[in-house]
Design a protein around this ligand. Structure first.
Ligand SMILES: Cc1cc2nc3c(=O)[nH]c(=O)nc-3n(C[C@H](O)[C@H](O)[C@H](O)COP(=O)(O)O)c2cc1C
Ligand SMILES: Nc1ncnc2c1ncn2[C@@H]1O[C@H](COP(=O)(O)OP(=O)(O)O)[C@@H](O)[C@H]1O
Ligand SMILES: CC(=O)OP(=O)(O)O
Ligand SMILES: [Mg+2]
Length: 594
């Protein structure tokens, strides 16, 4: 016996959904209102890994499980499992291009049609909290950042697009693989870099969160645990009372311990020299993601079964480096817990390779007092010291299913749009959301609102951006901010990021209020507004002169103003602002919808 437990059977999770119609989301087709006529929607959960696709259909009982392995080698093998029958080899799958056709055929043969398609997304982003509907803005943003992780995101987004085509009636939900790590302590999130770099988004997100959540769901009494996920991607996570304490991957899944083709963490100078050698960041990214890790050390081999049997020194070195780095990461992870109750192996290698588990356990013997002097296999000796050592086949798709059902249920009864509210005949609701530090831009927002009102019968409300939780109950939105040192105020940027998915579906206008004096000072460019405009598909953005009243400023602000040589005075041209508001009102009166 190798000291590992029997796999715990997967739990089935899922809240029921109530049918509802909803607003179409661009990027994915419109759902029909009949899609959720049953109270038990059929959810298809898709999990594209770097070498495999796993799919499961639940309603919420499990109806079908499908696994396509070996896709990285271009030799996919399909396994289909229906509850009550043994898993069956359903033949080959040529490659990634065919994989969703295989899934669609398997579903069609069993008369299954998904109401919700939920997809695991491997990407750290403030827009991906837990599970979110796949809106056009979100998909466009993810597509723009896809090169950060060439092994997952481009393919996952292609599969999402293909799913939209295959099941046009279904709602599409994206489920973050990092959501579990949202509750990492701040000292685990912060990378040791200057504040200006960290605030630009360089941080630890962590991945394999769905796998770790699945372990937490499946194993009662896990306690203070280290979860070692060894699949194509490898990571080590410390968990205490179901919460993350540390995880090895950081900004992208190329970091942390070595994976089968990914380098893991490296001395920064190595990366800098590689850029010089390879000529571009893209080429280095490719090398670090596709040709490094176990493959890099072994001359391109990624199957640990083959490597463990091989007799050449490169294979031997690859296994030793891999095992050493994983074991070191486990020992380091234990330092973030105040005790150690469980060691859990997951992922294709972690579950199926007792040899790899034993090698990792052997290196951990010194960490458990007295273990080295005991008898038995390394894992048995660790177990004899009171540590639980488990191999758990995780069910990431069950976690995807549960999170997607919760997200879909949340979305189920959205606040009514104008057409639902009053058959489209009532006043158009316009929100003017404003970020103002000293009141000048608030005055500009009031003038915009006056103009919109003058042009027609719109119901216009001006609100502080920080107080706007949702834009769902408005038909159109104007977002404005004062400009400080070239940037919109953080509350305005935050509002756009929080509500981007809904702003995408509404007509949006934006304004910035900044330069003071004639000509306007300071003359610098607006630094981050372009991104806000792209995210919202903004129809028009205007820059209006502002107001500078020294008596309202604190000392640091006075120093900045002096340095910028910005003159005091009220340079706002409120009649011109109102006139712009009138053009917004007129265009909404002519065509209130997108
Ligand atoms: C410290 C400070 C920095 C500023 N930096 C900029 C700037 O970079 N660009 C700009 O156009 N205006 C800048 N301004 C001008 C303000 O944007 C302008 O005064 C605006 O009307 C202030 O709006 P508020 O009263 O709503 O806060 C700055 C003003 C201050 C006090
Ligand atoms: N018995 C085994 N011994 C070693 N490696 C294995 C074994 N069975 C599967 N694997 C490896 O597991 C990996 C797939 O793990 P998985 O967690 O399904 O990957 P993905 O990262 O695609 O989600 C493959 O690299 C495969 O070679
Ligand atoms: C996050 C990650 O590395 O995923 P996978 O192991 O599925 O490639
Ligand atoms: Mg995986």
């Amino acid at each position: 016996m190798d000291g590992t437990s029997d796999p715990t059977p997967p739990v089935d999770a899922g809240a029921s959904l109530v049918p509802a119609s909803r607003r179409p989301s661009k990027g994915c087709p419109t759902m029909t209102s009949s899609r959720l006529l049953g109270a038990r929607p059929v959810v298809l959960s898709l999990n594209v890994g770097s070498s495999s696709l796993k799919a499961a259909v639940r309603d919420p009982a499990l109806r079908l499980r499908l696994d396509v392995a070996g896709l990285d080698r271009g030799a996919g093998r399909v396994t289909v499992e229906v509850p009550g029958s043994p898993a069956e080899d359903a033949g080959p799958c040529a490659g990634w291009d065919d994989v969703l056709t295989v899934v669609a055929a398997a579903l069609a043969r069993r008369g299954l049609r998904p109401d919700v398609v939920a997809h695991r997304i491997v990407h750290g982003s403030p827009l991906l909290h837990g599970a979110v509907p796949a809106g056009g803005a979100l998909l466009a943003r993810l597509r723009a950042e896809a090169d950060l992780d060439p092994l997952h995101l481009p393919r996952q987004l292609d599969v999402v697009d293909e799913a939209c085509r295959q099941w046009p009636q279904a709602q599409v939900v994206l489920v973050s693989d990092s959501g579990f790590h949202d509750r990492l302590p701040d000292e685990a999130v912060a990378l040791p870099l200057p504040e200006e770099v960290r605030s630009a988004g360089l941080r630890r997100w962590g991945f394999h969160g769905l796998a770790v959540q699945s372990v937490v769901d499946l194993v009662p009494g896990l306690g203070r645990a280290v979860v070692v996920h060894l699949g194509s991607g490898c990571s080590v996570t410390a968990v205490d009372a179901g919460l993350p304490r540390h995880t090895t991957m950081a900004l992208s899944p190329a970091g942390g311990v070595p994976s089968l083709t990914r380098s893991g963490d490296l001395d920064p100078e190595v990366v800098l020299r590689l850029v010089g050698r390879e000529g571009s960041a893209g080429a280095v990214r490719d090398l670090l993601n596709r040709r490094s890790g176990v493959a890099g050390l072994s001359g391109g081999r990624t199957d640990l079964r083959t490597l463990l049997e091989a007799e050449d020194s490169a294979a031997d070195l690859a296994v030793r480096v891999f095992v050493r780095d994983v074991a070191m990461a486990v020992a380091a992870a234990v330092t973030t817990l105040d005790g150690w109750d469980s060691l859990v192996f997951t992922g294709g290698i972690g579950v199926h390779s007792a040899a790899v588990r034993e090698r990792v356990c052997a290196r951990l013997l010194p960490v458990r007092p007295g273990a080295a002097a005991l008898h038995g296999s390394p894992s048995e000796r660790l177990v004899a010291t009171g540590l639980r050592v488990l191999a758990v086949p995780v069910d990431e798709e069950a976690v995807v299913d549960r999170l997607a059902r919760t997200a879909a249920a949340r979305e189920d009864e959205p606040p009514p749009g104008r057409a639902d509210r009053d058959g489209g005949s009532g006043p158009i609701r316009v929100l003017v959301a404003v970020a103002s530090r000293h009141g000048g831009t608030r005055g500009v927002a009031e003038a915009v609102a006056d103009g919109i009102r003058r042009a027609g019968s719109a119901d216009v409300e001006v609100r502080d951006a920080a107080e706007v939780d949702s834009v769902r109950d408005c038909d159109a939105v104007v977002v404005g901010s004062a400009v400080y040192q070239g940037h919109w105020l953080p509350v305005a940027r935050d509002l756009v990021l929080r509500t981007a998915i809904d702003l995408w579906d509404r007509p949006v206008w934006a304004f910035s209020s900044g330069p003071v004096g004639t000509p306007g000072r300071p003359p610098e460019e607006l630094l981050d507004v372009g991104e806000m405009l792209t995210l919202t598909r903004c129809r028009e953005h205007r820059v209006f002169p502002g107001r500078l009243d020294r008596s309202l400023l604190g000392l640091p602000e006075r120093a900045v103003v002096a340095a910028l040589r910005a003159p005091e005075g009220d340079f706002r041209d409120l009649p011109a602002v109102t006139a712009w508001g009138e053009t917004i009102g007129a265009s909404l009166a002519a065509a209130p919808r997108v």
